[in-house]
Design a protein around this ligand. Structure first.
Ligand SMILES: Cc1cc2nc3c(=O)[nH]c(=O)nc-3n(C[C@H](O)[C@H](O)[C@H](O)COP(=O)(O)OP(=O)(O)OC[C@H]3O[C@@H](n4cnc5c(N)ncnc54)[C@H](O)[C@@H]3O)c2cc1C
Length: 697
């Protein structure tokens, strides 16, 4: 997830069909839910940054993952009106209720580092690997939450069962559909409409496949046969969809999201070798038609670990099925499949399945047969019933785009459509951390109320990071409780630095712990220079509220604290500081050279003077212990893989604290250092022993 360095204008140009008409991913290759969501957010980011004036009334055609993510991004950034049009009766209709398909956000990146991370780690509509039907529930819940917390001046409209949708050159749209929430008794009202929009996003997907068993529909290919003999299937089409079905037919209990983790748990060296091959392929150092030979070389090498995987796969082969894989007429041998653009993981699995004797490739290219003739011949030879032919022949996405445009607007884009080739719309993240809750430029200013702010800036925190941080935060809370007692009021949490894009951000990684009833939940992400936490992070020094002067009244002290918080821009982003708070402490944890803060411990209390020098020293010692433990677990990398730490803005300049009346910066003790640790980011894979051993090998 290395942020792209492309400019907003350039990114926007890749989506543009005509003025203010954008197409979202439909013509790209190797699409996944995750990459479509990243594209959706890239599109919204580039629209906001390059053409904010077009965002007043945005129409999104298509209520799948991409359309919903674009709508969610627009709402988060304050677009006044977003309307979604879905031709089916529900949002995400393709995958809704799909219990037989397992999806994983990055599995098509396998075996790249980080590809096993089971979360999309997206700031908006995040989801985790699982059954497609469950992923839809996660996404729709996220969508409902975003709608709930939109500003009062923002409008969302959702139309389902939309028919006859036509977009004109002047961005008028006419359609017949049912507006969500508009009912007559229990009956949804269908109405014909015509309205003007300022921008149209076509998130129409690729269409339904014409197969007898459409890909996302529930069927029984993966279940044991109830008949007594072996059932023979013909799989026609060897793109990713066809191959996944081939694996389901032949591998017992096949789960696309798990198979590689299961097969490779004891084969880290082989995985590294495959990673190298994939990298070489993407860098052009290995030609696609050389890949098969490379796989063969691995299989021939006794020490490669392949033999064990082959044997394991053989043990997993289903005893109730057989599968013939019909090769496309364009390919003259099994080897030819490996030159195509299917995912690397499926290419390797196909190779392993072949070596395990699990698939029979079939071609008759010399006979120059038509596709249907060849299919008939295979069915005849193997006695395959028509109902056991699985066809996965790809989609016709152009049609999805052209059918929504009226004659004139189609004429305008006809040439452009031809130039919109695959892989032009980047799926590298273009926005920076925290971007989606930053004040929008040029759009309606959103002023979230205090309760909205509680949930306003939430981004993904890896559960393993939260768990590790929680142990430490609980220890500090325990220490304070041992002094202040149970009846006191204090709370502690930890924020980590995130650099995604040019600017650093701070993210709260645990819920508050301590005796206070004042809440504040994990995940909230703030600009690096806000509040006392920001002051400590930017200046790389401990910040706290000074002790109260003996003759200083409580009211004066409170007033001065509130003034300081204003100065430090606290309530622009975060919740307003509770007026009862009298003590605040922020302890930054620095990198080895002391150049930047990787995290900031934060604590506050309604009691004055609780952060004495002595207690701060004790907390610093605890923080040092935490830092020294971190390097034993992981934490040097973000999203499970490493890239060079080079924030393009450089280190933020120190905040001048001279004007502050209550918040002070301490010269001593010096903040703890985290050694080589660059990010406070621990993933579940940091606990996997085999992986660690391979990394150290
Ligand atoms: C065979 C196959 C296997 C796949 N396997 C995986 C996988 O394992 N993992 C993975 O992550 N991804 C997989 N994908 C890709 C995944 O399906 C897409 O990335 C994802 O669905 C993209 O979402 P989308 O919103 O762009 O398109 P879609 O999900 O297709 O949504 C488009 C929506 O637009 C609606 N629509 C279309 N035309 C109109 C119109 N004129 N008016 C109103 N509404 C309209 C449709 O009804 C649909 O709801 C697979 C795709 C295929 C084809």
């Amino acid at each position: 997830m290395v942020p792209s360095s492309q400019s907003a204008k350039d990114v926007l140009a890749t989506f543009k069909l005509a003025d203010n008409i954008y197409v979202l991913g439909c013509l790209e290759k190797g699409l996944t839910i995750y990459t479509q969501q990243v594209r959706a957010l890239n599109l919204v980011w580039s629209m906001i940054e390059a053409e904010p004036d077009s965002l007043h009334d945005v129409a999104i055609v298509g209520g799948g993952f991409a359309g919903l993510t674009a709508a969610a991004g627009l709402l988060k950034k304050g677009a006044p009106r977003v309307a979604i049009f879905e031709r089916h009766a529900a949002l995400c209709p393709l995958q809704k209720g799909s219990d037989i398909r397992w999806v994983h956000p990055r599995i098509y990146e396998w075996p790249d580092e980080g590809s096993e991370l089971p979360t999309a780690a997206l700031p908006i509509l995040n989801w985790n690997a699982g059954r497609a039907s469950d992923v839809v529930i996660e996404i729709l819940n996220g969508w409902s939450a975003i709608k709930l917390y939109r500003a009062p001046n923002q409008k969302t409209e959702e139309y389902t069962n939309v028919k006859h949708l036509r977009v004109t050159e002047t961005l008028d749209i006419e359609w017949v559909g049912e507006k969500l929430g508009e009912k007559l008794g229990s009956q949804t009202i269908t109405t014909g409409y015509r309205e003007k929009f300022s921008a149209v996003i076509l998130a129409v997907g690729f269409g339904k496949d014409s197969a007898t068993l459409p890909y996302w529909r529930n069927e029984q290919l993966g279940q044991p046969e109830m008949g007594l003999g072996r059932r023979v299937y013909l799989v026609s089409g060897h793109g990713d969809g066809g191959l996944v079905d081939l694996f389901r037919i032949r591998i017992a209990g096949f789960r696309q999201d798990r198979i590689l983790a299961d097969l490779f748990s004891d084969a880290p060296q082989l995985k590294s070798r495959l990673r190298e091959l994939k990298q070489k392929l993407s860098q052009g150092l290995l030609k696609p038609d050389e890949l098969y030979e490379q796989f063969e070389a691995i299989a021939d090498n006794r020490g490669s670990g392949f033999e064990r995987i082959r044997a394991q796969l053989q043990g997993m082969l289903r005893a109730d099925t057989m599968a013939v894989l019909k090769l496309s007429p364009k390919i003259d041998s099994f080897r030819g499949i490996f030159t195509s653009t299917i995912s690397f993981q499926n290419r390797f699995l196909l190779f392993a399945l072949y070596k395990a004797g699990g698939v029979i490739p079939y071609s008759k290219h010399a006979m120059d047969m038509k596709d249907q003739e060849l299919e008939n011949l295979i069915c005849e030879e193997y006695g395959i019933k028509q109902s056991d032919v699985v066809r996965r022949h790809g989609m016709k996405p152009e049609r999805m785009i052209t059918e929504v445009l009226d004659k004139k607007s189609f004429a305008n884009i006809e040439d452009r459509l031809k130039t919109l080739g695959a892989q032009t719309q980047t799926s590298d993240v273009c926005w920076s951390a925290g971007y989606w809750d930053e004040r929008p430029k040029g759009l309606t200013r959103i002023d979230p109320d205090e309760s909205t702010k509680r949930v306003w800036h939430v981004e993904y925190v890896p559960p393993a990071t939260e768990l590790v941080a929680k142990g430490f935060v609980a220890a500090v809370a325990g220490y304070l409780e041992s002094i202040e007692g149970r009846e006191s009021d204090f709370r502690v949490t930890l924020h980590r630095t995130l650099i995604i894009g040019p600017d650093p951000w701070l993210q709260q990684v645990t819920d508050y712990m301590g005796t206070s009833k004042r809440e504040g939940s994990k995940g909230r992400t703030f600009p690096f220079n806000h509040g006392t936490i920001g002051l400590a992070a930017v200046n790389r020094q401990i910040a706290r509220t000074r002790l109260m002067h003996p003759d200083e009244g409580d009211a004066t002290y409170r007033e001065s604290s509130q003034k300081d918080m204003k100065e430090l821009k606290l309530d622009e982003f975060a919740q307003k500081m509770n007026e009862e708070v009298r003590s605040v402490l922020a302890v930054p944890m620095l990198d080895a050279k002391g150049e930047y803060a990787i995290a900031v411990l934060f604590a506050d209390s309604t009691k004055p003077d609780i952060f004495t020098h002595e207690r701060i020293s004790a907390i610093v010692t605890m923080s040092e212990t935490f830092c020294s433990q971190l390097k034993n677990i992981g934490g040097g990398k973000l999203w499970n893989f490493q890239w060079n730490f080079q924030p393009s803005v450089g280190r933020p300049t120190a905040i001048n604290s001279e004007g502050l009346e209550v918040i002070e910066i301490l010269e001593s003790p010096t903040p703890p250092r985290a050694g080589e640790i660059r990010y406070l980011n621990v993933e579940f894979t940091d606990f996997i022993v085999a992986q660690k051993a391979a990394e150290h090998a």
